[in-house]
Design a protein around this ligand. Sequence first.
Ligand code: APR
Length: 308
Amino acid sequence: MSRNKVTVIGAGNVGATTAQRIAEAGLADVVLVDIVEGLPQGKGLDLAEAAPVVGHDSRITGTNDYADTAGSDIVVVTSGLARQPGMSRDDLLVKNAGIVRAVVEQAAKHSPDAILIIVTNPLDAMCHVALSASGFPRERVLGMAGVLDSARFRTFIAEELGVSVEDTHAFVLGGHGDTMVPLSRYSTVAGVPITELLPPDRVKALEERTANGGAEVVALLKTGSAFYAPAASTFEMVDAILRDRKRVLPCAVLLKGEFKTNDLFVGVPVVLGRAGIEKVFEIELTADEQAAFDKSAAAVQELVDKLG
Ligand code: APR
């Protein structure tokens, strides 16, 4: 059996940490790509030299040449700019769209059967760019956001109730932004909805902290954004796909009528397996939840429209 191959584009904080997780789990050989000369090669070499100590046989290499990524099973896209002082959200949107388009065109040419996992922000809009740049079917283009947002919600729920994160499950739908929709009714501890375990004001506080989870980390770091939890979340998706686990995970996916939404990438639960998105896991929303979902979808649509 040949080894799995995963390309990670962008050898920055999220990309390098994702590469480390994949390699150290022995899940696949990893190719790190960046536009900066020497950066992916240096991090690749450093990670490879950790292998004897950690004890795995994954090959990790770094490159600036997409020919080295040929035949990848999965391509993870983390390349892009983080928001700088004085920069509008629109600037970030347009600049990262250019970067995502360029790298996906190259990667898709060399790995026409790959599954694309997009991590670059603004996430949902970048998925649209990747879909068009690759020409791939919707089953093979997905965005990492919901796993991260749910992980943040789980962290806060477990902390609030003093229980293990392992017994805590959370459900977050919608776009990866301020309008995301934490679904408390479906967020549980040992199967019991948190709405039965916590007063409404506490539930609301945890939902709000989840929606601001990224900003909370940025405010503390000051010079960058979160990467440990984003990398762990990306790894979980890679693992679900390569091991064909049929995990039910929230991912950004191009909706085709599901959740009353059409032709838009928004976060919803999907079944993830070797074919990528194997099924959109549709659930019944209350009128309030659907309204919050629609509002979140409208925010994504606005960014997509700006890209033209
Ligand atoms: N091709 C390849 N790599 C590129 C390109 C390009 N055209 N443009 C930028 N890069 C690389 C940068 O050189 C840098 O090494 O992308 C990397 C980004 O790394 P960081 O600046 O450390 O950013 P990071 O924290 O990893 O976040 C990357 O993921 O979570 C999102 O919002 C975040 O959009 C951001 C992305």
